[in-house]
Design a protein around this ligand. Structure first.
Ligand SMILES: [Fe+2]
Length: 379
């Protein structure tokens, strides 16, 4: 197995560890080791906009470095909330803590300038909590009403979920949305979408590091082709042995996602679905291994492979892209790897099911790191 060096990332197979390399552990598997060799790069927004229009991911190194310098107290508070949840505190109790409750009531907005979003005057009331027994990955869900000048918006929620069922993986996320999960056409109700975004900013004021950041707003305006909104917000804590498996984030009415690493470091593989299918086909064509026979057959019918990847269960693909070290090495070599430090951002365009950036994330540290993942749309 060859070592890979591309895009400032060097990869070595599981059996070949070396000083300075971080292990890629996920859900009980060691998938290799990586090292970052990048210099101090500058974010190139023109290149990022061009990449977005071609359904390619773009790394923005140091994008939030400056605003992040003042965010230590906020991030420490969110970390305590995450740790309390890990220790079994009910989500609704954490959201009813005095500091959070005060922000929900609009008494304090976290000290960062808002802009169109996140400077709102809505008052949020925690009205119910559910343990989401139908969803094994759910930790809990809290429901809110928002009182605005125009009336009351109902059924906004914050949901905390595990990223996997693996006992060593403490990765979790807080997602903010509204209505019936999985059924709602969220893009069709921009009013409640914006309020769910505002709710995220009240619970996690570090949201404004992105939404109140003038360069991000200018960039998002370009990407969305109009007045941008940051919706379907997720606050991630990617933990050792965790992170997300390969997936896309396509949702009708949304153009793509901006991910910002706030604490800790993550390693990513990300590329357009079409490029990922090319890599899968090339890998299994070269591999003599009978393990890939089913996938090899599938790659001879590109439409069938594309359709399978759209299914929730696409195990023949997962076995390769999520669990085969040599495939990860290939992806690094082919330039699909990214290394994110605190303050870095990553753009993940999501045009439609056939043209969208698939991505997978690994935690590189011994403890969870925090990140923001917001969908971008034009209002
Ligand atoms: Fe994602």
């Amino acid at each position: 197995m060859v070592e890979s060096l591309a895009a400032g990332v060097e990869w070595r197979p599981p059996e070949a560890t070396a000083p300075g390399f971080a292990p890629l552990h996920r859900r009980g598997r060691l998938l290799g080791h990586v090292r970052h060799q990048g210099a101090d790069e500058e974010a190139d927004t023109a290149a990022a906009i061009a990449a977005w229009r071609q359904d390619r991911p773009a790394h923005l190194p140091g994008w939030l470095r400056r605003p992040l310098a003042d965010a230590e107290a906020m991030l420490a508070a969110s970390r305590r909330m995450m740790e309390a949840l890990l220790e079994g505190a009910p989500l609704e109790a954490l959201l009813d803590a005095p500091d959070v409750a005060a922000r929900l009531q609009g008494d304090s907005q976290g000290g960062l300038q808002g802009g169109l979003q996140d400077g709102g005057t809505a008052r949020f009331a925690l009205v119910a909590a559910s343990d989401e027994e139908h969803d094994a990955q759910a930790i809990g869900k809290a429901w809110f009403d928002a009182e605005t000048g125009d009336g009351v918006a109902e059924d906004l929620w914050c949901k905390a979920s595990w990223l996997s069922f693996h006992e060593a993986d403490a990765s979790l996320r807080f997602r903010f949305s509204f209505g019936m999960e999985g059924f709602e056409d969220v893009a069709a109700d921009p009013g409640r979408e914006l309020l769910a975004g505002e709710l995220a900013a009240r619970v996690f004021p570090e949201s404004r590091l992105l939404t109140g950041h003038a360069p991000t707003r200018a960039l998002a305006r370009e990407l969305a082709g109009g007045q941008p909104a940051f919706v379907e917000r997720i606050i991630y804590f990617n933990a050792p042995e965790g992170g997300a498996q390969f997936h896309h984030d396509v949702e009708r009415g949304h153009d793509g996602v901006i991910y910002a690493q706030l604490t800790g470091r993550t390693f990513w593989l990300a590329c357009d679905k079409q490029a990922l299918m090319d890599e899968i086909a090339a890998f299994v064509a070269d591999a003599p291994d009978a393990r890939w026979n089913e996938l090899r057959a599938l790659t001879r019918d590109r439409a069938a492979l594309a359709a399978l990847m759209n299914e929730a269960d696409h195990e023949p693909v997962e076995a390769l892209v999520d669990r085969e070290p040599a495939f990860i090495g290939r992806m690094v070599e082919r330039g699909h790897a990214f290394w994110l430090e605190p303050g870095d951002a990553l753009l993940l365009p999501q045009r439609d099911l056939e043209h969208c950036v698939w991505h997978t994330v690994f935690c590189l540290d011994d403890e969870p790191g925090e990140a923001l993942s917001f969908a971008i749309r034009a209002l």
